[in-house]
Design a protein around this ligand. Structure first.
Ligand SMILES: [Zn+2]
Length: 212
């Protein structure tokens, strides 16, 4: 698990989803949560630094956990299907967080992998239980939620799915900004969006594990 966290951190930096030590990643393994520590530069992060906590927040080993631990724990408590969480500050998703309340069903991959409608959560200060509760509410049963004036959280049944969701959401936010600038645009209707999402969850998701 610790190696998976290190690989995920390299992935989010390489893909430009964070700058510096911002953002955080966690993986659930049974009773334990593995999470990036607070404020350690990613390029010197070692396996023994990774913080290990229980679902109730009890610290088991490693350095002090990320300050966004309350949000990670609240998501795990409310979503039994989630085993990995990626929180980043990418440019397009964060820009979208300033101007709309949700991303509607725009493109097929986003609808399938993230959910029919990606909500922007209400603003709350980082690291607070208030933010954690607002994030869980806005996440619904989706795989992405955009944080107002802040950034992006994606979730997955494994870390690869959560990382893929981050890239797909950021790409969709970029497309949405172009579409908003042009003006009139077409949406996937609600019924088709529901069919696409279920197709992903019930069949395509299993096959896509091979390519993730
Ligand atoms: Zn953040």
């Amino acid at each position: 698990m610790k190696n998976e966290i290190l690989k995920a951190v390299k992935f989010i930096v390489k893909n430009g989803l964070v700058k510096g030590t911002w953002g955080n990643v966690s993986i659930r393994d049974g009773e334990l949560i593995y999470i990036t520590p607070s404020g350690i530069p990613y390029d010197i992060l070692k396996e023994e630094d990774i913080s290990v906590v229980k679902l109730d927040g009890t610290h088991i080993s490693g350095l002090k956990p990320s300050s966004e631990l309350p949000t990670h724990l609240e998501i795990y408590k409310n979503r039994e299907d989630v085993n990995a969480i990626v929180h980043t500050h990418p440019v397009f998703s964060t820009t979208i967080s300033l101007v709309v309340d949700f991303i509607p069903p725009l493109v097929e991959d986003a609808v399938m992998i993230l959910g029919p409608k990606i909500n922007v959560s209400e603003y709350a200060l980082p690291g607070t239980l208030e933010l954690a509760k607002k994030v869980v509410k806005a996440l619904e049963s989706n795989h992405a939620v955009i944080l107002r004036n802040h950034g992006l959280i994606t979730v997955g049944e494994d870390i690869k799915e959560a990382l893929t969701a981050s890239l797909v959401c950021e790409k969709t936010a970029e497309i949405f900004l172009y579409a908003l600038n042009i003006g009139n645009f077409n949406l996937i209707n609600e019924e088709d969006a529901f069919i696409l999402r279920n197709k992903y969850l019930n069949s395509y998701r299993q096959n896509s594990k091979d390519i993730r």
